[in-house]
Design a protein around this ligand. Sequence first.
Ligand SMILES: Nc1ncnc2c1ncn2[C@@H]1O[C@H](COP(=O)(O)OP(=O)(O)OP(=O)(O)O)[C@@H](O)[C@H]1O
Ligand SMILES: [Mg+2]
Length: 351
Amino acid sequence: MQLREFRGKEFVNREKEIEYLKNRFEKNPEEILWLYGPKSTGKTTLIEYIIENELTSGLKIFDKYWIKYINFRGMMIGNYDSFINSFFEKVEKDDFTNEIKAGFDIGIFKLEAKILEQIKNRDKNMFHELIEKFKKINKTKILVLDEIQTLEDIYYNGEKELLKEFLNFCVRLTKELHLAHVVILSSNTIFIDQIYNDAKLKVTSEFKKIDHLDKETIFEYLEYKGIREKELIWEYLGGCIPLVQRCMRNVEYYDNTQEYLNYVVKLTKNEIIDLIDKNFDDREQEIFKDIIKKVLEFNGYVLPEGTKKEIYEIVDFMTKREIFFYDPLERKVTGNNRLYEKAFEDLLYSR
Ligand SMILES: Nc1ncnc2c1ncn2[C@@H]1O[C@H](COP(=O)(O)OP(=O)(O)OP(=O)(O)O)[C@@H](O)[C@H]1O
Ligand SMILES: [Mg+2]
């Protein structure tokens, strides 16, 4: 296990993922890279760590990479105009040297006022403008998009969805022009599922799962922290690092670790009960229970061919609510983390 410091916190491992990404960025961009995985596995932290510590230095002018990182989470985007306002910044003169100097830049693209006005009025296509901008930057370019599904419901040019246009732009940048690496992060696997099942995007995409940490890493980490109950913590929290760290912070307020873990399982179970009681009828509750039984029994439930629509609907619902994680590549349903699976156990056998 490797322990680094990132933003004043411990950053555990992720060696393989860091190597994988650095290696990819050395090559010619050929397809969009999707980093997907359960909630809170550390996708955002991983990419931010790599950008800040492995790909850029303090002296940005000398950096090999030009990186644009856009996190759509928290951006207040309700329509096309607010998207344009969040995405671009108006500058008097579009000076590319500034853009290049900026090296790693969070957020937005700077555009000349006149061009921005034309984009707003839809006299100019923003993606054409961006491609022209990319062409002028003489470095290895990386575009990172976090939580891009935020754009899902925004309309553009009447009927066309903005997201679709955006993804076409990403295909242009990678597969067609080989102009920039594009990395898209998401834990919303219903969304990933749609992409994965879109014939055109599938061939232009590479999917890489960022999963919770493995048992060996968690054991080494707990050992390093001087914690003896490694098996117990692994059994209840698995490799979900924020849950493990929270356990370490809070356990002192409980009689013992088991008591703390029982408490968090109870809370998680109540969250699920609330959701199913309010949303599922008796039949749906039965289907849900059947799914979670299989999740527990087989260590994840692979949806067989010919699975009924009513089952998909429950899986979709629980995935959107971040109770389930659905891996579209493996067609496998699990709890979003181990704690959910412990709560499933409790729900089935002691409710
Ligand atoms: N390798 C790691 N070592 C230590 N802490 C980590 C690590 N990765 C992530 N964390 C911590 O776990 C929390 C969740 O990480 P992060 O937000 O990056 O996950 P995510 O996969 O992007 O989540 P989401 O699915 O919500 O987008 C953060 O508080 C982060 O600091
Ligand atoms: Mg994230």
